[in-house]
Design a protein around this ligand. Structure first.
Ligand code: ZN
Ligand code: ZN
Ligand code: FE
Length: 749
């Protein structure tokens, strides 16, 4: 791994121990040669294992004995570009405590300097143009070091010894406030004044622009929503300190550790009641996304305004975040009241990462800044070099070679032309940074995904990977497991091997193949894509199927005036059917009266989970019924028909039950039934672990119910931790399967 401060660390140790030699980066990684007294050499080895630089994780040390050269002293050798296997590119690192202390110290040279960093912190992935990692290969190349910075950079005793992005007020990047072009402190003052006055400010950060407003100003948050045309999708809030964050949300030890880690992700956690945050920040949800300052600029802004700030990606819907002055003006004109730019170029745009810490579990749901492009070990060895292009929504791409994979930052929905361009750019960047020339391209089976089309047009051999198989594989990678599991893969929609739309699947799978051993009963998707944004259509389709036409006709008028058209669509033999678990959640959310139409993906399911939690949090002991699943078939696929759950939800609605009660009963019934089915199938198929995967398993309530039942039955349960269970994890699953099968087509068992 380069960029974690190993070269300067080696120099310091060598000086202390009186050793000669050198440390240097090349394409293969870090190379250290040392010579000297035996005892000193051994001490160096011990320190390498026990006290490496703070950002480094030493996995293994291999010592090779060579002839001493007799050269006195120890040096950092200039980096030599060259051929060789992939080297790990470091992720961005949040500002360290020493640097934060420095910008608060009026006597320090970098007092209040927004681009302060050192060997242990600062931007990496977002500024690297090529490898090896040296200043000349970063976007800091255009900032020649001043005399003071040059001295620090060359001094082994200094914290900034060989800190590649080193900068100071004399030689580094500067802030600019658009308008009268105020710079530095004056620019900051303008930005703070604009925020305090309720304005929306576009702030150039580490991985792109954010739009910022005061987090406790209802009007300002409302304006931001209106201008961004973002009705309900929750915003994240940056708090000045851990203590301030804990005033807003309830954090357990793991969530706290994630929040303060040098990755500095957004952590979604249960919101405290009555906190001083505008209602429009996360409407309809009991949770709040919080994050801490990860650059000096954030710290200065928060200190200036004295309130938490809403920080949301600086983009227009569906476009990638703006990352330069021109792009920010084009995208954010009309959205922002002011622009706070700086002149450190962003090479790779990178959204904030997101971790969900609800229900006692910490799950990465968006692996982006701070994580990308850190390598992930694959539980399979293979020599095939693979490019995996992911799915369509929440997309990421991955490159795998030699037992590890590297995934890109979050690319989002790649349908918009600008987002598609970013997808293509990410592929080029990832290949350049890893030095891997892919031999095959792994893609989803969906013929209409732009990523699939890209793969087919790539003129390389391709391998199609079934969507839910990729989900299960991503969970296997997360747990370093290669043995087969029974995977419960529940999500919105994914293309099935039979050409129909899947999404409520039980698969026996490993990285080599899968067999569909169970699935939800197929239900019409009346209106196709429209049914995804209009849960009331799914409610009608499910009620017609589960309870009957009469019940659906009685329900229709209370849902939508177009109910008759939708009922005839549902009855039409040409209407597509789906086994989607996500759509079942949509249907029940609409039945519970929570939501008839959605404004963002997963909204109805998130609100149904929230309603269930409001009841289940104060209730102990479950009396859920699992008998709706019936008995397992001897060998064929088990069709799980949740009709009784839908009928119960309808009955609850007609009886005037509160949404929470309907939601809780549905979660308990579905969870109990799924557990029974999965355990029976695991026994039938002779596997000892059950993997919970797909976007539906961001749901903490459903996850807890199934996980508890599986553990109680003595089987292992695999829940996503580091790899997203949503489509952000698809590329890593595809990559692992392609490596395991060496690119040969995936056999159905
Ligand atoms: Zn630092
Ligand atoms: Zn300087
Ligand atoms: Fe999916």
């Amino acid at each position: 791994m380069q960029g974690v401060g190993f070269r300067p660390w080696a120099v310091r140790q060598a000086l202390q121990l009186g050793l000669g030699g050198f440390a240097g980066n090349d394409r293969t990684g870090l190379v250290i040669e040392i010579e000297g007294e035996q005892q000193a050499l051994e001490a160096f080895g011990r320190r390498l294992r026990s006290a490496p630089p703070p950002l480094a994780i030493v996995v293994d040390v291999e010592v090779v004995t060579i002839e001493p050269t007799g050269s006195p002293g120890f040096a950092i050798k200039a980096s030599a570009p060259g051929e060789g296997p992939a080297v790990a590119v470091p992720a961005d690192v949040a500002t360290c405590d020493a640097c934060f202390a420095e910008i608060r110290d009026p006597a320090a040279r970098r007092f209040r300097y927004p681009f302060t960093n050192c060997t242990n912190c600062g931007p990496r992935y977002t500024i690297i143009r090529s490898l090896p990692y040296d200043r000349a290969a970063t976007t800091m190349a255009g900032f020649p070091l001043c005399g003071d910075c040059a001295r620090e950079y060359a001094d082994p005793a200094d914290r900034r010894f060989h800190a590649e992005p080193i900068a100071c007020p004399a030689c580094g990047p500067t802030l600019t406030w658009e308008g009268h072009g105020q710079q530095g402190e004056a620019a900051l003052t303008e930005a703070v004044a604009c925020l305090v006055g309720g304005g929306v400010v576009a702030v150039k950060g580490v991985g792109g622009y954010h739009l910022a407003v005061l987090g406790d100003d209802d009007d300002a948050v409302g304006r931001l929503r209106l201008r961004k045309a973002r009705d309900d999708k929750p915003f994240a809030v940056m708090a000045a300190s851990l203590a301030d964050a804990e005033d807003l949300v309830v954090l357990d030890a793991d969530a706290r550790a994630a929040l303060v880690s040098s990755r500095r992700p957004i952590v979604i956690a249960p919101r405290r009641r009555g906190v001083a945050i505008a209602g429009g920040v996360a409407p309809g949800l009991p949770d709040l996304g919080v994050l801490l300052p990860y650059s000096p600029l954030h710290h200065l802004l928060l200190e200036g305004v004295g309130h938490p700030l809403v920080l949301t990606s600086g983009n227009r819907a569906q476009e990638p975040i703006a990352c330069d002055v021109v792009g920010s003006r084009r995208q954010l004109a009309g959205l922002a009241d002011g622009f706070l730019h700086h002149d450190r170029p962003i090479e790779v745009r990178c959204d904030d990462a997101i971790i969900r810490a609800v229900g006692g579990r910490v799950q990465v749901v968006r692996r982006s800044r701070g994580f990308a492009p850190e390598p992930i070990r694959l539980p399979v060895k293979g020599s095939t070099k693979v490019l995996a292009v992911g799915a369509e929504l929440k997309n990421t791409v991955a490159i795998a070679a030699g037992g590890t994979a590297v995934t890109s930052h979050h690319l989002g929905d790649i349908e918009h032309p600008a987002a598609y361009a970013a997808f293509e750019q990410a592929i080029v960047q990832l290949q350049a940074l890893t030095g891997v020339e892919p031999e095959i391209v792994a893609h989803d089976l969906h013929p209409e995904y732009l990523s699939t089309k890209w793969a087919v047009d790539s003129d390389r051999p391709t391998i199609g990977v079934q969507h839910h198989h990729a989900h299960v594989a991503s969970c296997l990678v997360d747990h370093g497991r290669s043995a087969p599991v029974l995977g419960i893969a529940f999500d919105g929609l994914g293309f099935g091997s039979d050409g129909t739309l899947w999404g409520g699947e039980l698969l026996v799978a490993d990285l080599h193949g899968f067999r569909r051993v169970g699935h939800l009963r197929p239900v019409p998707l009346p209106g196709g894509a429209a049914a995804i944004h209009e849960p009331w259509r799914m409610a009608l389709a499910w009620v017609a199927l589960a309870v009957g036409q009469e019940a659906a006709e009685a329900l229709g008028p209370s849902l939508d005036h177009r109910w008759q058209a939708v009922l005839s669509l549902a009855a039409s033999p040409t209407t597509q059917h789906t086994t989607s678990g996500g759509r079942l959640f949509d249907a029940v959310a609409a039945l519970a009266g929570l939501r008839h139409t959605t404004t963002y993906e997963g909204q109805a399911a998130a609100e149904l989970e929230a309603a269930a939690r409001s009841v289940l949090d104060d209730r102990h002991g479950r009396q859920a019924q699992a008998d709706w699943v019936g008995d397992p078939p001897l060998s064929s696929a088990w069709v799980l028909d949740p009709s009784p759950l839908v009928a119960d939800a309808l009955a609850g609605r007609l009886a005037g039950q509160p949404a929470g009660a309907i939601a809780a009963a549905f979660h308990e019934g579905l969870g109990a039934g799924l557990s029974v089915a999965a355990l029976a199938l695991a026994r039938r198929e002779g596997v000892d672990a059950i993997a919970l995967t797909g976007g539906v398993f961001q749901n903490a309530v459903l996850t807890s119910i199934v996980a508890e039942a599986v553990r109680a039955a003595g089987l292992e349960v695999l829940v996503h931790r580091h790899v997203p269970c949503n489509d952000g994890g698809i590329s890593i699953g595809q990559a692992a399967i392609a490596v395991a099968t060496s690119g040969r087509s995936v056999p159905g068992w």
